[in-house]
Design a protein around this ligand. Structure first.
Ligand SMILES: Nc1nc(=O)c2c([nH]1)NC[C@@H]1CN(c3ccc(C(=O)N[C@@H](CCC(=O)O)C(=O)O)cc3)C=[N+]21
Length: 291
């Protein structure tokens, strides 16, 4: 038995094509969506992601504004930049690349972003809106995972979902989205007892732990849908949090790394920027890009 591959790269390409069509329609009405990406410091991986985001933003017809600040930038300068972007009508989405240098208060910086322009969905207001079922900006990685799960399973109602990892960026919002789709959700973490046994109850298994090949094949329920959020750089190249070679023998469907969740994250950033632009202009939410 070998699992169906969930091709995030292809899914993301299709999503970007749909987004490009919507952008063209907006431009015909005199509206061009704009995304500002702020990078503080010179982390090589972050530079790669930011370049990739900028390129794809332009490819779908949006304006891209990149702001690169030195690692030693005082927090007050970053906050002043965010204030300018908040007030700039050409900017519909603001993303501050994480992690920030250690001298900065990440919470304070993120919460300085206007919630309507918070395309990462990291501000407390958007977190609260998601948790209470109000119209929110939803974090890109969990949104991309949800889209792939719905595509492969149809309804998630009544399915047992186990999310490994309790971060604000992935684990917690992922659990909220699964709950909204009426899955039975368990969040597992480093203190969870009998993690392999718990994982074996999962119809949907989402791994977001940041440890290479952590989830083994015998943790996977036969036929389960496995979403691998991990991006780990090892001597064997880029690998996920799931031992792919083992898990694909057992799972019903699985996302690869690379080519799974990663490309969907960037496509959902563009989707959120489009949604933010629509809302800023009193237009209805674009179809199928919001949960
Ligand atoms: N405010 C903020 N928002 C983010 O969304 C955010 C962030 N900070 N900081 C860093 C992480 C990481 N992240 C990725 C996006 C795409 C890929 C991606 O496309 N990965 C490719 C491979 C890329 C490669 O080769 O390195 C893949 O999985 O196929 C990976 C990682 C967004 N992040």
């Amino acid at each position: 038995m070998s699992a169906t591959l969930i091709d995030g790269k292809a899914f993301a390409a299709g999503l970007r094509t749909r987004i490009a069509t919507e952008v063209a329609a907006m431009k015909a009405q005199g509206i061009t969506p704009g995304l500002a990406v702020v990078l503080v410091g010179e982390d090589p991986a972050s530079q790669v992601y930011v370049r990739s985001k900028g390129k794809q933003t332009l490819e779908v017809g949006m304006n891209s504004y990149e702001h690169k600040l030195p690692a030693e930038t005082p927090e007050a300068d970053l906050l002043a930049l965010i204030e300018r972007l908040n007030a700039d009508p050409a900017v519909n989405g603001i993303l501050v690349q994480l992690p920030l240098p250690a001298h900065m208060d990440e919470e304070a910086v993120i919460n300085a972003i206007l919630p309507e322009k918070d395309v990462d969905g990291f501000t407390v207001l958007n977190v609260g809106r998601l948790a209470t079922g109000q119209k929110a900006m939803v974090p890109c990685t969990p949104l991309g995972c949800l889209m792939m799960l719905r595509e492969h399973l149809g309804s998630l109602s009544g399915k047992n979902a186990v999310v490994i990892g309790r971060s604000n960026i992935v684990g917690k919002p992922m659990a909220q989205l699964l709950l909204r789709d009426s899955a039975t959700v368990t969040i597992a973490h480093s203190r969870t007892q009998d993690l392999p046994g718990l994982c074996r109850t999962a119809d949907i298994l989402v791994a977001a732990v940041g440890r290479a090949n952590f989830v083994k094949g015998d943790w996977v329920k036969p036929g389960a849908t496995v979403i691998d959020v991990g991006i780990n750089r090892t001597d064997d190249g880029l690998v996920g949090d799931v031992d792919f070679a083992e898990a694909e023998q057992v799972a019903g469907a699985i996302t690869p790394v690379p080519g799974g969740v990663g490309p969907m994250t960037i496509a959902c950033l563009l989707a959120n920027t489009l949604t933010a632009t629509a809302r800023a202009n009193g237009l209805p939410d674009p179809e199928g890009l919001t949960p």
